[in-house]
Design a protein around this ligand. Structure first.
Ligand SMILES: NC(=O)c1ccc[n+]([C@@H]2O[C@H](COP(=O)([O-])OP(=O)(O)OC[C@H]3O[C@@H](n4cnc5c(N)ncnc54)[C@H](OP(=O)(O)O)[C@@H]3O)[C@@H](O)[C@H]2O)c1
Length: 372
């Protein structure tokens, strides 16, 4: 696709519909080389944040972490660059990375892949750890935020970050100080918008008062519904977007992971997480069966139903499923096209809510805290 065509395609939001159907039907995923496959569609974009602090993004973003970090295998770099470059043609303009993924190498990959059309995409990245390594602890002191941002700009081959998140709240640095530092970076043009990740409601409110937030990114999926109790309501009240990470529960809500799945624990956090243990997977399987049953009657996969359900909760929700495969990306993006009737959404939600989730999402958190 020529740059001008790609730009107008992205401007209209993330549009799949007939273009995707056409490409699916022919078994071919549209690449940047054939703009004739692009049929104008109704917009599938969403808005994160309010007023001057808002950004228009595709209804689903692409989580890039697993292309180099924490999902067992590390695919060939060229294949990932190809995937990232195809993503806009599949309706994605919103890409999620972090200093910590790798560390550093994921930002470099994303930067290299997206450099040819940097101005037409929205890149989100995150700061907040010592040397970018979660295992070394937190560091959101202003000097470290600035240091990380300079490094991210270089890695991402850009002179601005569209959405700059604090990756984890640092109890040693008042959130007002963090928000003030990001406010200064925005004034300097190095970042455009501010986000938090896994912050609680009180922190969200304090940060928002200093520098209005565009998005809160936290784990939210059919296996982790706790955000419905507080932060999603707060986001709605304050006009902040909500970006669910691990929206298909690190692959569980696809049916592809079962109790026999093997991981490479040197590059995967799932073997250490309670929810990915054999007994928990078996106990939680009824959730997959409900999603499958619903999808089977409507031509949807388990992952598509799980993502469509998230999108149906609020108009300011933009999930960022991660994948390393064009076929999965196409499948996931297609979820934005499904519209539930209110009766079927109500019934599906009621059925899913009956399943008591076994196993916490992270060690040290009870399942009850993380479900609902
Ligand atoms: N803020 C934070 O603290 C935080 C924490 C974790 C993640 N994140 C962000 O959120 C993004 C997504 O999270 P995540 O990777 O943890 O979990 P996820 O998106 O729920 O799941 C990703 C896993 O699902 C598989 N998958 C994706 N689509 C599939 C499909 N249609 N069918 C079958 N399998 C499919 C992927 O494997 P394949 O590659 O084989 O498709 C991958 O292993 C990350 O990339 C990262 O950007 C943020």
């Amino acid at each position: 696709m020529q740059t001008s065509n790609r730009r107008s395609f992205l401007k209209n939001g993330a549009m799949l519909g007939a273009a995707l159907l056409a490409s699916s039907a022919s078994g071919v995923i549209t690449t940047g080389s054939n703009e004739n496959n692009q049929v104008p569609q109704k917009s599938k974009s969403r808005k994160l944040g309010s007023g001057e602090h808002s950004i228009e993004v595709s209804a689903l973003g692409l989580g890039c972490m697993g292309m180099s970090y924490h999902r067992s295998f590390v695919p060939d770099k060229k294949a990932m660059i190809d995937l990232l470059r195809k993503a806009p043609d599949l309706g994605v303009n919103f890409f999620d990375t972090a200093e910590a993924y790798g560390p550093l190498i994921n930002e470099e990959l994303v930067g290299e892949a997206l450099a040819p059309f940097r101005k037409e995409v929205i890149i989100a990245t995150k700061f907040g750890f010592i040397e970018g390594k979660p295992s070394l602890g937190l560091n959101s002191r202003p000097d470290n935020i600035r240091k990380v941002v300079e490094h991210s700009l270089k890695s991402l081959q850009t002179d601005y970050i569209d959405l700059l998140y604090q990756h984890r709240v640092d109890p040693n640095v008042p959130i007002e100080e963090v928000a003030g530092t990001v406010r200064d970076l925005i004034k300097e043009g190095k970042a455009k918008h501010f986000g938090l990740s896994e912050a609680n409601e009180a922190t969200l409110r304090k940060a928002h008062a200093v520098q209005p937030l565009t998005a809160l990114q936290s784990e939210y999926s059919l296996m982790t519904r706790q955000p419905e109790n507080d932060v999603i309501k707060a986001c709605e009240e304050l006009g902040i977007g909500f970006v669910p990470y691990s929206p298909i529960s690190r692959g569980l809500l696809t049916g592809y992971i079962n109790e026999r799945t093997k991981y490479n624990s040197a590059n995967d956090n799932r073997p250490a997480l309670p929810r990915y243990q054999r007994d928990a997977i078996i106990a939680n399987w009824p959730l997959i069966e409900i999603l499958k049953e619903f999808g089977d009657h409507r031509g949807l996969t388990v992952a598509q139903v799980a993502l469509a359900w998230l999108l149906a909760q609020k108009s300011f929700i933009v999930p960022i499923p991660g994948t390393t495969k064009p076929a999965h990306l196409q499948e996931n993006m297609w979820a934005a096209n499904y519209e539930f009737t209110s009766e079927e959404l109500q019934k599906l939600t009621a059925d899913l809510s009956k399943v008591k989730i076994v196993g916490a999402r992270y060690t040290g958190i009870s399942a009850q805290q993380t479900n609902k």
